[in-house]
Design a protein around this ligand. Structure first.
Ligand SMILES: Cc1cc2nc3c(=O)[nH]c(=O)nc-3n(C[C@H](O)[C@H](O)[C@H](O)COP(=O)(O)O)c2cc1C
Length: 208
C-alpha cells in the first residue's frame, strides 16, 4: 500500500501547523482513500539523543572503522527512523518556526537520520551524494510573522532555506513550502492567512 509519512513537529494543542496538516490530510484522504498515513509526532515518539554510541557510530562510519556492539545497537534506532522515511512515497512536515528556524525536535530527528551509508554517502571524486530517492514533499511552516511581505523589520526565515538544503542533501528536492502566518497579532490577518493557507493545502493535497 502506498504511504504518506506525516512528521508533526508542534507540541501545541492549538497548533496552526497541525491545523494546516489536518486540512491537508482531509483532502488527501478523499483524493487517495487507499493510501496509508504513517503519522509521527516528534514530541511523543521515541527519538534517540544524538550522543554517546550513536554519535560515535557516525564517526566510525565516516572513518571506515567497524561498529562496536553498542554502536551497532544505537545505529539500529537511526536505521529504523530513516527506513520509515525511505518507505514513504510522499512526505508531509508540519512545523512551527522557532527562533527563525525549526524546533529542536525536528533538528534532532534530522541529526539522527542523516548518516553516511544511510541517507547520504561521500565519494572522493564526486563529493557528497544523496541516498534517498526523491519524492513529493510538502512543508507547512507556521510563524508568528507574515513572510508574504518579506523578511524585514526583524522577520527572518531561516527555516525554509535550511529545510530545503538539508532535505536536498539526502535526496528530497521536490519540496513545496506552504507558510501559515501571521499566527500572532490582530485576529483579522490571522484568519485571512489561515484560510488562504488551508485552501492552498487542500488544493495541493488533491493532486499530491
Ligand atoms: C520558542 C518560540 C520561538 C518562536 N520564534 C519565532 C520566530 O522566530 N519567528 C516567528 O515569526 N514566530 C516565532 N514564534 C511564533 C510561532 O512561530 C507561532 O506561534 C506559530 O504559530 C507556531 O506554530 P504552531 O502554531 O504550529 O505551534 C516562536 C514561538 C515560540 C514558542
Amino acid at each position: 500500500m502506498p504511504k504518506l509519512l506525516h512528521l508533526a513537529c508542534s507540541p501545541r494543542a492549538a497548533s496552526e501547523s497541525a491545523a494546516g496538516a489536518r486540512a491537508f490530510l482531509e483532502a488527501f484522504r478523499k483524493a487517495r482513500p487507499d493510501w496509508e498515513i504513517d503519522a509521527s509526532d516528534l514530541w511523543r515518539d521515541p527519538l534517540p539523543e544524538f550522543e554517546g554510541d550513536l554519535l560515535e557510530a557516525k564517526y566510525a562510519r565516516i572513518g571506515g572503522t567497524p561498529f562496536s556492539n553498542s554502536q551497532r545497537d544505537a545505529f539500529a534506532a537511526a536505521e529504523r527512523l530513516a527506513l520509515r522515511l525511505s518507505l514513504a512515497d510522499r512526505v508531509l512536515i508540519s512545523t512551527p518556526m522557532w527562533n527563525f528556524s525549526i524546533p529542536y525536535k525536528l533538528k534532532q530527528w534530522l541529526d539522527v537520520i542523516i548518516q553516511p551509508g544511510l541517507t547520504f554517502r561521500f565519494d572522493p571524486t564526486q563529493g557528497y551524494l544523496p541516498l534517498l530517492k526523491d519524492r513529493p514533499t510538502v512543508v507547512i511552516l507556521a510563524s508568528g510573522s507574515d513572510f508574504v511581505t518579506g523578511m524585514n523589520r526583524g522577520r527572518i526565515d531561516m527555516a525554509t532555506p535550511y529545510l530545503r538544503e538539508v532535505l536536498r542533501f539526502i535526496g528530497i528536492s521536490d519540496v513545496r513550502f506552504v507558510p501559515i502566518g501571521p499566527t500572532a497579532g490582530p485576529s483579522e490577518p490571522i484568519h485571512v492567512a489561515r484560510d488562504a493557507a488551508h485552501r492552498r493545502l487542500a488544493e495541493i493535497a488533491g493532486r499530491f
